[in-house]
Design a protein. Structure first.
Length: 183
């Protein structure tokens, strides 16, 4: 783990000196220097004291770099098309087990004539338009501001039944980090 580097980065960002941390925690400057250079591993109790002095949650100090906040700028989004109607899909962000995508549906388009099933769970937010969502025997009409969710292993399809373009924000959770094909 790279806890020391995180501690140093937080300390510097908050303009706190090693001496100030040591004064609050009772730790020596030599020990703090070794912690920050990852030459020693502090106990959980010591980390808790350091996190209190830095005014950050202890859990933050224990996060791996890939577990921290990720930002995808609008201009960095990947854009793809999929399905028989060539829906435009923007991949907004992802973690190991979750993906968030924005899908633009021209009027009358759908995720496909044949319902699809895949691993995971999905949550949908209707940002714009009128949609019909089908899963198994359930059929619902949804409008702007509505949300719907389902276990994606049951075959499902979504269609823009409005006369205007529609947009869905979709979050997909899976138990694995394998790439999903949603459309």
């Amino acid at each position: 783990m790279d806890i020391g580097t995180t501690i140093r980065a937080v300390r510097k960002r908050k303009n706190i000196t090693i001496a100030q941390i040591c004064e609050q925690t009772g730790l020596s400057q030599g020990f703090m220097s070794q912690v920050e250079t990852n030459k020693t591993s502090p106990s959980i109790a010591t980390l808790e004291n350091i996190s209190t002095a830095l005014d950050v949650p202890l859990a933050y100090l224990l996060l791996k770099k890939e577990e921290r906040m990720k930002v995808t700028r609008k201009e960095e989004r990947s854009l793809s098309t999929a399905g028989p109607d060539r829906l435009q899909i923007q991949h907004l962000s992802s973690t190991k087990n979750m993906r968030v995508i924005l899908v633009d549906f021209p009027p009358g388009t759908s995720t496909g004539e044949t319902p699809r099933a895949h691993e995971g769970e999905e949550v949908h937010y209707v940002m714009q338009g009128t949609f019909q969502a089908e899963q198994g025997e359930d059929v619902m009409v949804l409008n702007e501001g509505d949300t719907f969710s389902w276990n994606a292993c049951i075959p499902h399809t979504v269609r823009n039944i409005g006369e205007q373009p529609g947009t869905l924000l979709i979050s997909v959770y899976t138990d694995t980090d394998q790439e999903l094909t949603l459309f």
